[in-house]
Ligand binder design. Structure first.
Ligand SMILES: [Fe+2]
Length: 192
């Protein structure tokens, strides 16, 4: 799926959720910032970024786990498996799926390459719910506050927090050293 179609699809699906749309647009901008470092995978992460939260849109809601629901919706549209995978696994998805007994549903999608999962998760964690920029730590703290201790998201994010922060830190570090250390082999072709 090309970015124009992905953008229009997400915009239409999230039309009733202006905050979510503002957040998604910021996630897209963060992905565009990372793209040169991602080499040939940059476009994949950019397209996945604008689509990553469409599972919150009413036509997509299925299991109630928005990462899986977004990926399922995209799969029904015939979207590339690589995009579906990034949407399915972004941020705390694996932990939420485990909490909800949806690990098998998540496993319908192939786990994405770790550097790309780091990238989309970094973009999500550095974009606040209102679309402003934020650091990953405070962003996760806000999620934990928003969902009470008994909520599945709270439990999942608590468990995932160290891993998610490490993912974001890996990207920060690579950004600091880019273009000396592109993120994958294919990157070197475009960023010699
Ligand atoms: Fe998000």
């Amino acid at each position: 799926m090309h970015l124009n179609l992905a953008y229009l699809t997400a915009e239409a699906l999230l039309a009733g959720q202006p905050q979510r749309w503002a957040h998604s647009q910021r996630v897209l901008q963060q992905a565009q910032r990372l793209a040169p470092m991602l080499g040939s995978d940059g476009d994949l992460v950019i397209v996945s970024a604008i689509l990553h939260d469409i599972g919150y849109a009413e036509p997509a809601v299925d299991t109630g786990q928005h990462m899986i629901d977004g990926a399922r919706y995209l799969a029904r549209l015939g979207t590339d498996a690589a995009i579906c995978s990034l949407v399915a696994y972004h941020s705390s998805s694996a932990w939420e799926a485990e909490e909800l007994g949806l690990a098998d549903a998540l496993a319908d999608f192939r786990p994405p390459p770790p550097p790309l999962l780091d990238a989309i998760t970094f973009c999500d964690l550095t974009s606040a719910p209102d679309g402003s920029l934020v650091e990953a730590g405070p962003r996760l703290d806000e999620v934990l506050q928003r969902y009470g201790p008994d909520h599945v998201v709270h439990r999942a994010v608590s468990a995932a927090r160290p891993t998610l922060l490490a993912m974001a830190e890996r990207i920060e570090r690579r950004l600091t050293h880019f273009p000396d250390q592109p993120m994958n082999g294919s990157a070197s072709a475009r960023n010699p």
